[in-house]
Ligand binder design. Structure first.
Ligand code: GLU
Length: 427
């Protein structure tokens, strides 16, 4: 394990401050969950490099419950594709409690995959000849998300099975309107087993870090689901993950998240890290009280709200000037994505068009140009060449050194000298 003191310190401080919170109640509609220790409280955070940080009871096992829902949704999206899954399960916030009968009038389609009705439908959509084989697939993907072999807490499974008539009612209701494939009793039994899979806060942090990392487990390095699937799951977590508290959660915490009635709570900071909390007492909306407070604090402290505009580390265009009378030189730095490419091209085109002379684009200090930015810059350079401007690029643009009509150079001086001498087609 890599220990990075500032992050561990932050988790430890948040943990110490919130451990004394006494609000909330244990879930008791599943009798076995009412036996949980209300003081148990753990936090874990996993970075995109797979670094792990923890505080408190981060290695205490508990059942995953509804935190399984986004990961099983990911499984069926990866297996069946978004169009087929959306035919069975919509992606609209229900504004209702986790066990509400939020079914579309007429079709019976559940509102989203984060409420029980939608999650039972997702479980039923997992391909497999029997409930047992479908469950093997579910346990397999949850384990790959966690990066270790998970198992089932049989006593919680039995307890939920003995008391889960509301979920059975949901399944039979959906089945009666044709919105649940297969046998409803088998679907709900598989769902109960899925909810009873045992995890720790560290497991949950790795699982949600995998979603934040575009579907690749940052600890094992293995691709678990394709990137578009991870994006879709995070989007539905952002709008629906906290049931009827989803709007306020997005407002105050601003991170895609999912809670479970055993006290698990995960949140993803896309491309940054996954964070998980374990603390069993729940507020009236079913949200773990200490976990939610911890996420709020971490989000504020680290400036993680999705709508927060992070300060730019450095400008994209580091130099823009006329050289040798007939040459416009633009140098860029940092990572070039869509936004950076827009800045770069805005700088490049009007000046170059005015002067009518050569254009040197110096990318020597650029770390990376993503696929979208490469296409944008290539299109702009191709246009400049077509208009008769001599165009020289220093460094690489995507995987190709040169492109149609422009020349590639290793040094800025050579590029400027070549441009100054090259005949311009436009003049
Ligand atoms: N197994 C629980 C149920 O279906 C999950 C609910 C939750 O964690 O929010 O009632």
């Amino acid at each position: 394990m890599v220990m990075h003191e500032p992050v561990t310190d932050a988790l430890t401080q948040v943990h110490a401050r919130l451990a004394g919170l006494r609000d909330g109640r244990l879930a008791d509609y599943i009798p076995q969950l009412a036996l949980a220790d209300p003081d148990a409280f753990g936090l874990a955070l996993v970075s995109m490099e797979g670094h792990q940080y923890r505080a408190g009871r981060a290695q205490t096992p508990f059942t995953v419950q509804s935190v399984s829902k986004p990961f099983v949704y990911a499984l069926v999206l990866a297996e069946l594709g978004p169009a087929e899954v959306t035919r069975w399960v919509d992606a609209e916030p229900s504004g209702e409690a986790f066990n509400a009968i939020s079914l579309e009038p007429g079709t019976g389609r559940p509102a989203n995959a984060m409420i029980n009705a939608g999650a039972i439908a997702c479980t039923a959509l997992v391909p497999g000849p029997t409930g047992a084989r479908r469950f093997d697939r579910i346990l397999g993907i949850l384990s790959r998300f966690a990066g270790r072999a998970l198992d089932v807490d049989e006593s919680v499974y039995a307890s939920e099975s003995a008391s889960g008539n509301r979920n059975r009612a949901l399944a039979y209701l959906m089945s009666s309107t044709g919105s649940l494939p297969g046998d409803p009793s088998e679907a709900v039994d598989t769902y109960f087993r899925q909810c009873a899979v045992r995890v720790t806060a560290v497991d949950l942090a790795v699982m949600v870090a995998t979603l934040a990392n575009g579907g690749t487990n940052p600890v094992t390095g293995k691709a678990v689901v394709p990137e578009p699937v991870a994006v879709q799951v995070l989007a539905v977590m952002a709008s629906c993950g906290m049931y009827d508290a989803s709007g306020k959660w997005l407002l105050r915490v601003g991170l895609p998240a999912k809670s479970g009635v055993a006290g698990g709570l995960v949140a993803a900071s896309p491309a940054r890290f996954g964070v998980a909390a374990f603390s069993p007492p729940l507020d009236p909306a079913g949200t773990p009280v200490r976990g939610a407070a911890a996420m709020r604090e971490l989000s504020e402290r680290f400036g993680l709200h999705l709508m927060h505009n992070p300060a730019r580390s450095a400008p994209t265009v580091s130099l823009s000037s006329r050289q040798e009378e007939r040459v416009t030189l633009v140098a860029a730095q940092g990572a070039i994505d869509f936004t950076a490419a827009e800045r770069l091209l805005h700088e490049l085109s009007p000046v170059a068009l005015e002067t009518g002379g050569g254009v040197v684009l110096d990318l020597a200090d650029v770390m990376n140009v993503d696929a979208c930015a490469t296409a944008m810059v290539r299109a702009a350079l191709t246009d400049l060449c077509a208009q008769g401007h001599p165009v020289a690029v220093v460094g690489r643009l995507g995987s190709a050194a040169a492109g149609p009509g422009w020349r590639s150079f290793v040094s800025r001086q050579e590029a400027v000298a070549w441009c100054a001498e090259a005949p311009s087609g436009r003049l």
